[in-house]
Design a protein around this ligand. Sequence first.
Ligand code: SF4
Ligand code: SF4
Length: 275
Amino acid sequence: MVIEAFIADSPENTLQNNDQEKAFAKPLVGFSRGDDPLYEAYKEHVGPFFVSPWELFALTFGAKGVRPENLTVISYILPQTEATKADNRKEKIYPSDRWARARIFGEEVNVKLRRHLVAALTEKGCRAVAPVLTPQFSRRISPQYGLSSTWSERHAAYAAGLGTFGLCDGLITSAGKAMRVGSVVAEVQIPPTPRPYHDHRAYCLYFSHGICKKCAARCPAGAITEAGKDKNKCLQHVRKTSAYVKERFGFDGYGCGLCQTGVPCESKIPIKREG
Ligand code: SF4
Ligand code: SF4
């Protein structure tokens, strides 16, 4: 498939370090229907500014002839490599070189993959659009959740059966939480991936068993508590990392991800005895 082949073979999948190491390991892929009721539920929960797959498609190509049930949201997870995770596990305040590279150059890979997937679908005669690359994509303030946006890659991945949310707000997948995520909406009918969960926090040991909270202990900003993640505290810390990344590693970057590494849900769905 296009996504797996890009990550396995493309020279674009690079951390842009001296050894041109791969930015990401083998991806996970899942599908959700364009008319999945979850997308309307997101609108209700997050705010009316959240754009459904159909709205996105209509805004991009015009509403004529576009039906929600004819759309599929293709979601993918790009797991961090073992080397990147191992480096960041050792850190206590600032990100490792590989982690900061994965945040900046890895996200560039993700942007190229979204474009590549759209182009591959278009070539096959299917109209397609990457939500976060549209002019409609923007940051917003949700009355309930604070800093939000008009599309959420993680919520699309949740709809596509790829994972559930953790105490730190990250998506815990079968490849863990140390990953980046993307999606493309296409006019193609693909059977949706079954969601092997009924609760949006099923895989997190805190929500399932009242234990763990190891992501909170890892956070240098004190941004994670039993109430969840304080997005502003997190953002303030991540902003502070840019001076460190420039001085220590010599490129313009930032990152953190300490709550995504060195925790039981880093690389898999955690089990109770690990909490
Ligand atoms: S580290 Fe523990 S509490 Fe935090 S998200 Fe992972 S499983 Fe949940
Ligand atoms: S990314 Fe860093 S600052 Fe933000 S919640 Fe995770 S550990 Fe805390």
